[in-house]
Design a binder for this molecule. Structure first.
Ligand code: MUC
Ligand code: MG
Length: 379
């Protein structure tokens, strides 16, 4: 009887709102500068009164990829919702098949919907989202901070503040906007100020050509950089392969990885040493899990990436990452900390250079309705 009842719940309503929250400072990347983040919050109601929550975010509107907050909301309301209403809410594999059979691309929208489905399913079973992926191996995952104020002294002060609070001891520097020579001066100054015990990585966000990367990789290594993220164009798999083969510094793929097919092609071609796994770029939790398996089989190291997501998507990804045996390069699940305000009744637990996973059912978080109403974009 228990099982039957669980499987009887159907999806009864889906609601999407765009929540605009300013960032604590401008976030400067080669690809765009962000002064606010727009969270698309998806609320999926089921006939058993359980609500699943999901989230999608983009970076710089349409500057990072083809989906925008507005398109995600529109497409979910116009195309996803009719396919989902009245369907069995716990049959997630079947719902994924149904959506993928009718809707191309829209990976961020699919990720938000899938997160909401898993949240609802976990709440229905009384288990956490990590339990639905085999159970957590880690109660906390390490979280780095991105230095992207655009100013060397401000970045140093920010990093020192984070170290003092014991919130982060690994930093990712956004470069690729200035001349490479100036970027290397910037990194050298940050390394000198912070010492040798912190981990410094760079994200070029496709800002360099292959020849620039060839020319400046040794300089990055000399400046104390440990990992180089997506230096060149996302479509240039062969270039990534050549840069990886140089073995000058570990190369991480980010924007190149838009789902399991890319992960397979990159792994087969030895096009990266590390994969940045993002649930949104992957098209959802299950695709991300598949990409993790491809990396593990290929001997590619793993890193938990973010689309500067808010608390909902951040914690969804954290649940998945907590089930990975070896997350060699940690994660960057700091998105909520870049925002001026929190939309949860109980903020996420960032301490001891890491993020603690909630224990409650599903995502284990609760939305603050007043905050949502305050930041919701008005029509
Ligand atoms: C990216 O390309 O990695 C993630 C962290 C951050 O600072 O920017 C994003 C996007
Ligand atoms: Mg990146």
């Amino acid at each position: 009887m228990h099982h039957r009842k669980l499987m009887d719940a159907v999806i009864s309503d889906i609601n999407c709102s765009i929540i605009d929250i300013p960032t604590i400072r401008p976030h400067k990347m080669a690809v765009s500068t962000m002064g606010a983040q727009s969270l698309v919050i998806v609320r999926l109601r089921c006939s058993d009164d359980i609500e699943g929550i999901g989230e999608a975010t983009t970076i710089g509107g349409l500057n990072y990829g083809g989906e925008s907050p507005e398109s995600i909301k529109t497409n979910i309301e116009a195309y996803f919702k009719p396919l989902l209403l009245g369907q069995p809410a716990s049959q997630i594999a079947s719902l994924r098949k149904r959506l993928n059979g009718a809707i191309k691309d829209n990976r961020f929208a699919k990720s938000a919907i899938e997160t909401a489905l898993y949240d609802a399913y976990g709440k229905r079973l009384g288990v956490s989202l990590s339990d639905l992926f085999g159970g957590r191996i880690h109660d906390r995952i390490s979280v780095l901070w991105t230095l992207a104020s655009g100013d060397t002294q401000a970045d140093i002060a920010e990093a020192q503040h984070m170290l003092g609070m014991r919130r982060h001891n690994s930093f990712k520097l956004k470069i690729g906007l200035r001349e490479p020579r100036d970027d290397i001066k910037h990194i050298t100054a940050v390394r000198k100020a912070l010492g040798d015990d912190v981990s410094l990585r760079v994200d070029i966000n496709q800002g360099w050509s292959e020849t620039q990367t060839l020319r400046y990789l040794p300089g990055l290594a000399d400046a104390g950089v440990e990992l180089v993220e997506q230096p060149i164009h996302e479509k240039n798999f062969e270039g990534m392969q050549r840069l990886t083969a140089l073995a000058c510094l570990p190369i991480m793929a980010d924007e190149a990885l838009k789902g399991p097919h890319d992960a397979f092609r990159m792994a087969a071609g030895h096009c990266a040493n590390v994969f940045a796994i993002k649930i949104e770029q992957a098209g959802g939790l299950q695709n991300a899990r598949d990409m993790i398996a491809i990396a593990e089989a290929a001997g590619i190291a793993l890193y938990g990436g973010t689309m500067l997501e808010g608390s909902v998507s951040t914690i969804a990804a954290a649940h998945l990452f907590s089930t990975i045996g070896k997350l060699e390069w940690g994660t960057e699940m700091f998105g909520p900390l870049l925002l001026k305000d929190e939309i949860l009744t109980l903020p996420l637990d960032y301490s001891d250079f890491s993020l603690g996973l909630p224990r409650g059912p599903g995502l284990g978080i609760e939305l603050d309705e007043d905050k949502l109403a305050f930041y919701a974009r008005k029509p």
